[in-house]
Design a binder for this molecule. Sequence first.
Ligand code: ZN
Length: 203
Amino acid sequence: MKIICIGRNYGDHVKELGNEVPDEPIIFMKPKSALLQPHTPFYYPEFTNELHYECELVLRVCKNGKYIQERNAGQYYNGITVGIDFTARDIQEICKQKGLPWEKAKAFDNSAAVGKFLDLTPDQKKANFTFKLLSNGTTVQQASSADMIFKFDSIIAHISNYFSLNIGDLIFTGTPAGVGECVVGDELEAFLGNQSLLKLEIK
Ligand code: ZN
């Protein structure tokens, strides 16, 4: 499996990091070794001094495909959850300044935390999904899929022009505003609607 991530997909987050609004989805990937399953501890990586959380809606791919049409994209995912795209922001800034790839900042071990997946019916896929992240009990990120610049179907169609989608792949669909630093001892909890699907402590 692979983990495909979308960058800069919410206008307010694009602004907070001083980036430009993209005219097509920004894609990066994380390897399988980046996946942090539910109920697994997350250890603060020793190579960074500025670890950030990015809470995102995550889709689970259920069908193999390539060159998927936007109108058929709904058939290619069947589950949703919330996840955290852990980012070594200090390393990413260096990579961006030097025009280097982001993998050291984004694709390290356990950098893709996912919650428990909920199965989706075709009708549910048409709805908007609200989600939020709490850090030590305080809401730090809150958004709706309606706020995304590129919606699920458009993301899937775009990705599949470059990368075959395979059953079990995960798609992180981008983070809204409110990204911030986490330190050892912090407790992060992510909700889809009112349902808590992901909870972890930074060790
Ligand atoms: Zn992200």
